[in-house]
Design a protein around this ligand. Sequence first.
Ligand SMILES: Nc1ncnc2c1ncn2[C@@H]1O[C@H](COP(=O)(O)OP(=O)(O)O)[C@@H](O)[C@H]1O
Ligand SMILES: [Mg+2]
Length: 355
Amino acid sequence: MKLDPKTMQLVQHLSTSVLVVDKNLEVLFANPSAEALMEVSINRLIGSHLPELFISCSLPVSHLYRALVQTTNFSDSEVQIVFPDGRHILVELAITNFVANDDRALILEIKQIDQQKRISKENIQWTQQQAAKELVRGLAHEIKNPLGGLRGAAQLLGKQLQSAELQEFTDMIIEQADRLRNLVDRLLGPNKPPNFQLHNVHEVMEKIRSLLELDEISQTTITRDYDPSIPNLWIDSDKIQQAVLNIARNSMQALEGQGEIKFVTRIERQLTIHGVRYPLCVQIKIIDNGPGIPPKLKDTLFYPMVTTKNDGTGLGLSIAQNMVDHHKGKIEVTSWPGHTEFTIYLPIIEHKEQH
Ligand SMILES: Nc1ncnc2c1ncn2[C@@H]1O[C@H](COP(=O)(O)OP(=O)(O)O)[C@@H](O)[C@H]1O
Ligand SMILES: [Mg+2]
């Protein structure tokens, strides 16, 4: 594609990455910023088939073809791209129809979402999660009180009834009320205050590993990559165990008996969690090579009752989040087909009282 020298100079200096693709999604043009973003030289980019430049992209390629056919323009504020070397980035993308070499073409403007924006997005998500949690909590309490009354009344009524046939109905009310209370209790989650003790995080991880191996007869292998320099932590080991177990069980289920789970621990310095900066944090990663988290769950993954399983409760991750919140930590997720990575960050606190 030929551009006049002035336009060329302009496009060369844009901080936005620009790619032009023809109707077969072959690259006709790329600017230096695109070269830097893709880590592929312009010469190699030109003529490449766009979908072959990455191994996964959260925007289906069919959307590009559709834009070409319908000559419509569109944009997406959050697209995840994974490159063949495993590097993954979040970008904003704008697609505009264009005529190049007398044929239909698309201009792709790509802008990487920077750290700052990611953090603000994270904060919004966290606030939303907290709001959802409050809502569920409030609702659960509102259900529990009248439910108790309902059950009590049915019990009294049952005692007055002579006929066993009619008692069946009061039994049914009691049974269903119990079922509902069970659900509500699970929604509210364990409400025991945390009991912080000094623990070696790897002992907790090893316990989880043996628990997983117990409840799984399959061939899933669990590999470990621990950082032995991690000091003992003030944690509630039961709560951390529950959090990691919930995440790892999901991995097990996603792998359906074939694949690998990796436990990784690391130290991270100077990390901000929900607005507080900590000099030292521990990272616990649970990585699997399963099918990946369904994209439609992206924004609600940690909400209670969000599940894709027929027999799922959708409470596992919401509880894990709760447990980690008790430790002033956070959970992050990145996922694409073939790779799902949950990272739990726990601040390293020197004195128990700081919790
Ligand atoms: N490692 C994973 N791989 C693929 N999907 C996952 C993974 N972890 C969680 N998910 C998705 O998140 C959903 C919610 O998980 P969770 O809160 O534990 O509830 P449940 O396991 O009862 O469905 C799951 O139904 C599944 O779709
Ligand atoms: Mg689960």
